[in-house]
Design a protein around this ligand. Structure first.
Ligand code: ATP
Length: 221
C-alpha cells in the first residue's frame, strides 16, 4: 500500500513556554487503511489531527502529503443549519462541491433514510453522528479524519457507527480512548501517551506491548 501521508520526526507545542504536546512523532498513513490513534486524555491525539489537517504547523520535522489529497473532517460543532432537515442540509452542501455524492449514493454509505426529514435539532446523539459522517464524506475525501466519533454513544449506536465507518471507501484516521474500539475498527493503531508515539502496529500486536497493557482495560462497553 502506498503512503498517503508521511509524518517525519514532528514536534509541536502550543507556545514557547508550553510543554511539548507532541515530540518526535514519525509514522505513515497508508492508502485504504483505517488508522487508529489511541491514548489517554491529554496524550496529543487531537493535536496530532490538527497538524494533519493543517490547522497547526510542526515546530520541527515535517508532514508530507501526496499531491491533491481531499480531506474530510467530521464536524462536531458547526458548519450545518439547525433549523433545516438532514436532507436540506445535505442538499445545500452538495451544491457547493463539484463532485459530491448525490443523496442516494450517500444513503447507501451512511443510511440516512430514517432521518432525512428530521431537523438536526431533533436527532439523537447516534443519529447526529450519522448526519455528521454523511457531511464529512460528501465530497468523496481521500482521507477522512474522525476525532472520537463514538464518544457519548450507547453500545448499539457505536456498533452502527463502526459499521458505517467501515463502509467508507478511502483512508480513515480515527482517534479513540478505547482499545476495543480500535481493535474492532482499525487495520493499524498508533498508541500515543504524553506527546510520544510509543508504537504503530496492528491492534492484536499492540495490546501485547507492556506500555499499552495497562491501558487495554479502557473499554467502551
Ligand atoms: P483528550 O483525549 O482528552 O481529547 P488528546 O489526546 O486529544 O486528549 P490534546 O487535546 O491533543 O490531547 O492535548 C495534548 C496536550 O496539549 C495537553 O497537555 C493539552 O493540555 C495541550 N493543549 C491542547 N490544546 C491546547 C491549546 N489550545 N493550548 C495550549 N495547550 C493545549
Amino acid at each position: 500500500m502506498a503512503d498517503l501521508v508521511k509524518v517525519e520526526d514532528v514536534s509541536f507545542r502550543y507556545g514557547r513556554d508550553e510543554e511539548y504536546a507532541l515530540q518526535n512523532i514519525t509514522f505513515s498513513v497508508r492508502e485504504g487503511e483505517i488508522l487508529g490513534i489511541v491514548g489517554p486524555n491529554g496524550a496529543g491525539k487531537t493535536t496530532l489531527l490538527s497538524l494533519l489537517e493543517g490547522l497547526h504547523q510542526p515546530e520541527s520535522g515535517r508532514i508530507i502529503a501526496a499531491p491533491n489529497l481531499r480531506t474530510g473532517i467530521l464536524f462536531q460543532v458547526n458548519g450545518y443549519f439547525d433549523n433545516l432537515s438532514v436532507f436540506e442540509n445535505i442538499d445545500m452542501f452538495q451544491s457547493m462541491y463539484h463532485n459530491a455524492y448525490d443523496f442516494e449514493e450517500l444513503d447507501r454509505i451512511v443510511d440516512l433514510e430514517d432521518i432525512k426529514g428530521k431537523k438536526v435539532t431533533e436527532l439523537s446523539g447516534g443519529q447526529r453522528q450519522r448526519f455528521f459522517l454523511a457531511l464529512s464524506v460528501l465530497n468523496r475525501p481521500d482521507i477522512l479524519i474522525l476525532d472520537e466519533p463514538t464518544t457519548g454513544l450507547d453500545p448499539n449506536a457505536r456498533l452502527m457507527l463502526w459499521n458505517l465507518i467501515r463502509k467508507v471507501t478511502g483512508t480513515v484516521i480515527v482517534t479513540s480512548h478505547y482499545m476495543d474500539e480500535v481493535e474492532n475498527l482499525c487495520d493499524r493503531v498508533c498508541f500515543v501517551d504524553k506527546g510520544r508515539l510509543f508504537a504503530v502496529d496492528s491492534p492484536k500486536k499492540l495490546i501485547k506491548l507492556s506500555h499499552v497493557k495497562g491501558y487495554v482495560t479502557f473499554s467502551c462497553k
